[in-house]
Ligand binder design. Structure first.
Ligand SMILES: [Zn+2]
Length: 593
């Protein structure tokens, strides 16, 4: 006997055997009972939810001589004729017959009366695939159908149909089938074919069916062939799901913000040959289960997992914060859709894994910036050795101001690279937009031109920034502007000035985030301009935002400084690199060429 797939074998032949969709079934039954059958129907809904099945039952029911409660009786001559294939029911797959020719053909044939029953029924599947001209030809038929014709258009994408077609059809929406109903259906099927099963295996298959009866039965068919008894383990093996315990270990790392652990576990799972997409799917499923276990009293019943697996999930849930679970889910769900457009899925996944396992108590974007800064700095420290040696080599001219071109371009690239783990944050700040924002007026008269002197920036030093050159240059730079209506004498020492700024900011500022971001800055005078330097481009961009500039301008003018500027270290001319490098990396052999 030829093999018949489960789905076809257990395809309902009466309305009462349908899995759900009772809202559709009820409308159709009532129309049959009252004899008020329409001429055109549109069945829409996700695949595998029963559109074609209902269409076939309906086609036989309208022709049945004695319908039983709206369903075909199966015994009358008409039912028997239709069961053996009849010209009165025509199924057209629009995916492969989408041309105007087929629709014209249909228009001719529909004029002939039915052979055995009352109606000729045309079921056009995937109707959204028709070409424009085919739609026009179909429209003509729908406009003036013969009394004996019924059209049932089925589609998963109703939005692709022309409004002229939509408006002529009675639309019935099919819904995804709840897991519980899928489980019930699968258990009936398994009982009928005499296959022993674990309850958890059934739940897992129903979950994988994702609301589609057909998908679920196809999956079940694979699992049934896998082993004597349908087991949970067999199902996960067939589905290619990552090992549950390994996935749990990974999720545990994610929720505990253990970045390196999470990457290790990811590596482990992927090295076993799991596809990135499957892993992301598994992670999302598990996170969802963890969330259910966290929030629902009846989680154990809802999840229907084997006992020891449930206790593992419950353990994860108990140890995790609600927000952390949600955040992880959000990021990974986004990753899942990104995977469709990337050629390097692994990088996308690992980036997402890192993002999820970033420490996070606060979800405020500004606060996240601060944490990102910490990561960037660590990354930069790792990179610095190589980069600075490169710089030093190109930096042959000793006077800093003449160097910037070479010195700027190289490190700038590296600074951009260092942003890479957080690509999503980038578009928030429009570089072009903020580049001009910070340009406070410089009302102080220039007493002398100190900027002619080569200004040596303070290199990052282990002790609170000592910048002897600049602080030496500063005093001569600005003798307090005599007549300026500014009673506050501007501090001449950059460190002092900055310290004063921070104290005032702390006292007056409404923004704790601004204070935190500023606390990592280094300061030095360039002429009368107090230059604030940060290692992080992200912080620089954020500080250049209008609201921050406004507060900073206020605070600075309060302490007598009327001109300041925020810069990334990448934009600073470099000097004294080698000595500092040696100091900072005593344990590393560094070669200078
Ligand atoms: Zn009948």
């Amino acid at each position: 006997m030829a093999h018949v797939s489960l789905y076809r074998r257990f395809r309902p032949d009466s309305f009462d055997k349908m899995v759900r969709q009772e809202h559709v079934v009820r409308v159709l039954k009532n129309q049959i009972a009252s004899g008020s059958v329409g001429h055109a129907y549109l069945f829409t809904g996700p695949r595998g939810t029963g559109k074609t099945t209902v269409a076939r039952i309906f086609a036989r029911a309208v022709n049945c001589e004695h319908p039983v409660d709206g369903s075909p009786c199966g015994t009358c001559p008409s039912c028997v004729a239709l069961a053996n294939g009849s010209l009165d029911i025509t199924e057209i797959d629009a995916a492969s017959n989408n041309g105007v020719g087929e629709m014209r053909d249909l228009r001719e044939k529909v004029q002939y009366p039915p052979v055995s029953g009352k109606y000729k029924v045309y079921i056009i599947d995937e109707v959204h695939m028709l070409t424009d001209s085919a739609f026009n030809a179909l429209l003509k038929t729908l406009e003036e159908p013969p009394a004996h014709a019924i059209f049932i258009l089925a589609t998963t994408e109703p939005q692709k149909l022309p409004a002229t077609i939509l408006s002529r059809c009675m639309r019935l929406d099919f819904k995804l089938i709840p897991e519980e109903d899928l489980e019930q259906h699968l258990m009936r099927v398994l009982d009928e074919i005499g296959k022993p099963y674990e309850r958890e295996a059934v739940a897992a298959i129903a979950r994988a069916g994702a609301g589609s009866d057909r998908d679920m039965l196809s999956i079940a068919e694979m699992c049934i062939a896998y082993s004597e008894k349908l087991t949970y383990e067999g199902v996960t093996a067939v589905l290619g799901a990552a090992d549950f315990h390994e996935t749990c270990a990974l999720v545990s790392c994610l929720l505990r913000a253990d970045g390196s652990g999470a990457l290790e576990k990811t590596e482990l799972i992927l090295s076993e040959g799991k596809a990135v997409g499957v892993l992301v799917r598994n992670l999302l499923d598990l996170l969802n289960q963890v969330l259910v276990a966290k929030t629902c009293v009846s989680a154990e019943r809802l999840l229907a997992l084997p006992k020891e697996l449930f206790s593992e999930v419950k353990g994860l849930a108990d140890g995790a914060e609600y927000k952390a679970i949600l955040r992880a889910t959000e990021i990974l769900a986004k990753t899942e859709s990104e995977l469709r457009y990337t050629t390097s899925p692994r990088i996308v996944l690992e980036t997402a894994i890192l993002r999820v396992s970033c420490p996070a108590d606060d979800y405020d974007i500004e606060a996240l910036l601060v944490r990102m800064n910490a990561l960037e700095r660590e990354l930069n420290e790792l990179k610095t050795s190589g980069i600075r040696i490169e710089e030093k080599r190109t930096e042959t001219v000793p006077t800093a101001p003449s160097v910037p071109k070479a010195a700027q371009s190289a490190p700038k690239e590296s600074a951009d690279e260092s942003d890479y783990p957080f690509p999503e944050e980038e578009p928030i700040f429009e570089e072009a937009y903020f580049s001009d924002v910070i340009a406070p007026p410089k009302p102080l008269p220039k007493a002398e031109p100190p900027q002619k002197e080569p200004v040596k920036p303070a290199e990052k030093a282990p002790e609170p920034f000592a910048a002897p050159e600049s602080s030496a240059a500063a005093p001569s730079a600005s003798e307090p502007a005599p007549a300026a209506a500014n009673p506050v004498a501007a501090p001449k020492d950059a460190q002092k000035a900055f310290g004063q700024f921070m104290r005032t900011l702390r006292k007056t500022s409404r923004s704790g985030v601004l204070f935190t971001m500023c606390s990592d800055l280094e300061a030095e005078f360039e002429g009368e301009t107090l230059v604030l330097i940060s290692d992080s481009e992200t912080i620089v961009r954020s500080l250049k935002r209008e609201e921050h500039v406004k507060i900073m301008t206020e605070v600075f003018s309060g302490i007598g400084i009327t001109s300041f500027e925020v810069r990334g270290r990448a934009q600073m001319p470099k000097s004294g690199g080698i000595e500092e490098l040696k100091n900072n990396f005593k344990d590393y052999p560094i070669e200078f060429k």
